[in-house]
Write a protein that binds this ligand. Structure first.
Ligand code: HEC
Length: 200
């Protein structure tokens, strides 16, 4: 009896090892096909971008107060603030659009002005990266941050995906978060909805 269990062990070990390899392969392949977002590089780039935005006082505790307004479109919440300019990340200069999404029950512009930190739910950012980054989608880098600069995490096919990088050319199951999917339909073909924002 003990002999038997012993000799079976290596087989079990190999089986579970093969299982791990298979799962890893499937996960990384489906990642490549369906969600080339939230990679290690994307997360690192988002971190650097956030630091630049902080230095620019566009986000974070020292952020300059903007003019909030009521925004109607899903998925971006009700009261919004939008800001844009050209910023440098490393050796690259690119145009950035930052959108702050404030949420709350019957939230008004006055509520936000009185206590931004209380209502700030998330910050949506699109940043024009170097050519070749994502030529099919005008090289926009997408990121959804929490107010403290951590990335928002979404679930996709049972996996957790950090919302940074080429975030979804397809609709997500809740059809809400595929930045590229939605923004590719913006008028003017520049992926930007607000007509008063023009990429230099
Ligand atoms: C379901 C459609 C949809 C999805 C998905 C979506 N957006 Fe938007 N986005 C909009 C619309 C519509 C506007 C303009 C109106 C508004 O925000 O209410 C907008 C505005 C913006 C703006 C301001 C610049 C502009 O386009 O006018 C930024 C930045 C932005 N979104 C980033 C993101 C990021 C980052 C993601 C993914 C995490 C994302 N969006 C996902 C529809 C979408």
């Amino acid at each position: 009896m003990p002999m038997n269990t012993l000799s079976r062990k290596p087989v079990l070990l190999w089986r579970s090892l093969a299982g791990v390899i298979l799962v890893t392969l499937v996960v990384s392949c489906s990642g490549l096909i369906h969600s080339p977002a939230g990679t290690v590089d994307d997360v690192e780039y988002a971190r650097r971008l956030w630091l630049v935005l902080e230095q620019q006082h566009m986000v974070g505790k020292q952020a300059t107060a903007l003019e909030p307004f009521i925004g109607a479109a899903r998925p971006h919440g009700w009261v919004l603030e939008v800001d844009s300019r050209t910023v440098r990340v490393g050796n690259h200069s690119g145009f950035v659009v930052v959108k702050k999404n404030y949420r709350g029950n019957n939230i008004s512009v006055a509520d936000v002005e009185s206590d931004r930190a209380k209502y700030l739910e998330s910050i949506s950012v699109m940043y024009k990266r170097e050519s070749g980054y994502d030529p099919e989608n005008l090289n926009w880098f997408w990121a959804q941050f929490q107010p403290d600069g951590q990335l928002v995490v979404m679930r996709r096919m049972g996996m957790k995906v950090m919302m940074a990088g080429r975030v979804m050319k397809g609709a997500t199951p809740d059809k809400n978060r595929g930045c590229i999917y939605c923004h590719s339909s913006a008028g003017g073909g520049d992926y930007i909805f607000y007509p008063d924002i023009t990429v230099p």
